[in-house]
Design a protein around this ligand. Structure first.
Ligand code: BG6
Length: 444
């Protein structure tokens, strides 16, 4: 292990659901696959609950091993030993001073002490405490960084309730940290088939001429879950399905489906194209919105008795530009439905001058299934095999499980967390490490 600094990952809200179910398991999988940087790494949990290191470890343990990671218990124990716990409130100096002391105590590498310590603060917390937590981090937990060290913060949606509150939150955090230090993550962007959208659209000749209003009738972006709020009613009821799923996850997907080709793969250039799509979306018409609430939602003890928060919504978005004028983008999201599925369906127009009466049998459709069982398939008309000249709808099917047997598809959070630190510390110091270089090149 080269003596070249130290990475501390601090999970704030460590005893909450997100941390237990997503953040720690993602860190664990990165650890098992060797994707934590080859330097000194420490993981800290921070929350209000007063528990010991071992109590936190025991709470997390059961969530680490999933069906996709049959990691031996030796790995689990070694990983858990990396985790320390500090308790404190989210708005008082004391806890954060203690946290800083604890982190510093473990930053033993000589270079960390001289300024190359990297501190990643992951806020697995509700946005109402973001400003105070960021203030505390800024005031008490920042290290001088002159040898390639840094402090970064990771926040998730919901980022405010509306434009005003999102802008306010942004400016509050912006006063404390520079933009490159702030990682606003949306885990849908880490899903394999969402990541694949750019490649699919811009590396395949046959989609280029078809991807427009002349050929596409409508685009459906659908999210359905077969379970309800499950103890998260308190959070969910405050936000509803539109803020929970549509405004973030589905809009990100819509942007990737609808945007023009970015001039490069630099994050800023991709963002520019997404912003143009969003700026072209027309105001939504009342008659193009359907809202609903599943029966039994109010039985959840954490949901107010008279709540009318939607748990289901269909919204039609219309993009006013040359490529998409007249093509409805139908966004649907719902909880407690009859199945769990997230997919994009691109439905093509009918063939003009159809001599086979294909219309009756169905249109061409291109489906990208984000989950479960990642797949892409194209519904198309073929001749029914046999002596007769009749047509039938069939599929060109790329099912990931079959095609990429033996390849583990990373969890969305793994990919996003990996992007928040430099897996090769040498690169940030402008040296090249032969061991890590291929990894960096792959990532680019
Ligand atoms: C979260 C929402 O962002 O996404 C949850 O807050 C939802 O309500 C979850 O259940 C769905 O994520 P995934 O990756 O399971 O589709």
């Amino acid at each position: 292990v080269p003596e070249i600094g130290c990475l501390s990952i601090i999970v704030l809200g460590a005893s909450g659901d997100l941390a237990k179910k997503k953040t720690f398991p993602a860190l664990f999988h990165l650890y098992c696959q060797g994707f934590l940087p080859p330097i000194e790494v420490h993981i800290f949990g921070y929350a209000r609950t007063k528990i010991s290191d071992d109590e936190l470890r025991n709470r997390i343990r059961g969530y680490l091993v999933s069906e996709r990671s049959a990691s031996p218990s030796k790995d689990v124990s070694k990983f858990l030993q990396l985790i320390k716990y500090v308790s404190g409130s989210y708005d008082a100096a004391e806890g954060f001073q203690m946290l800083d002391k604890e982190i510093s105590k473990h930053e033993t590498s000589k270079n960390s002490l001289e300024g190359s310590s990297r501190r990643l603060f992951y806020l697995a917390l509700p946005p109402s405490v973001y400003p105070s937590v960021c203030r505390m981090i800024r005031r008490y937990c920042m290290k001088k960084s002159n040898l390639g060290g840094w402090t970064r913060i990771v926040v998730e949606k919901p980022f405010g309730r509306d434009l005003g509150s999102a802008e306010e939150l942004s400016s509050q955090i912006g006063e404390l940290f520079d933009e490159p230090q702030i990682y606003r993550i949306d885990h849908y962007l880490g899903k394999e088939l969402v990541q694949n959208l750019l490649v699919l659209r811009f590396a395949n000749r046959f989609f280029l001429p078809l991807w427009n209003r002349d050929n596409i009738d409508n685009v459906q972006i659908v999210f359905r879950e077969d379970f309800g709020t499950e103890g998260r009613g308190g959070y969910f009821d405050e936000y509803g399905i539109i803020r929970d799923i549509i405004q973030n996850h589905l809009l990100q997907v819509l942007c990737l489906v609808a945007m023009e080709k970015p001039v490069s793969l630099k994050p800023e250039r991709i963002r520019d194209e997404k912003v143009k799509v969003l700026q072209s979306v027309l105001p939504i018409k009342d008659e193009e919105v359907v809202l609903g609430q599943y029966e039994g939602y109010r039985d959840d003890p954490t949901v107010p008795d008279h709540s009318n928060t939607p748990t289901f919504a269909t919204v039609i978005l219309r993009i006013h530009n040359e490529r998409w004028e007249g093509v409805p983008f139908i966004l649907k999201a719902g909880k407690a439905l009859n199945s769990r599925k997230a997919e994009i369906r691109v439905q093509f127009k009918d063939v003009p001058g159809d001599i086979f009466k294909c219309k009756k049998q169905g249109r061409n459709e291109f489906v990208i299934r984000l989950q479960p069982s990642e797949a892409m398939y194209m519904k198309l008309m073929v001749k029914q095999p046999g002596l007769e000249m009749s047509t039938v709808q069939s599929e060109l099917d790329l099912s990931y499980r079959q095609r990429y047997q033996g390849v583990t598809i990373p969890e969305a959070y793994e990919r996003l967390i990996l992007d928040t630190y430099d897996p090769c510390p040498f690169l940030s110091l402008k040296y090249y490490c032969l061991q890590c270089l291929p990894l960096q090149l792959d990532k680019r």
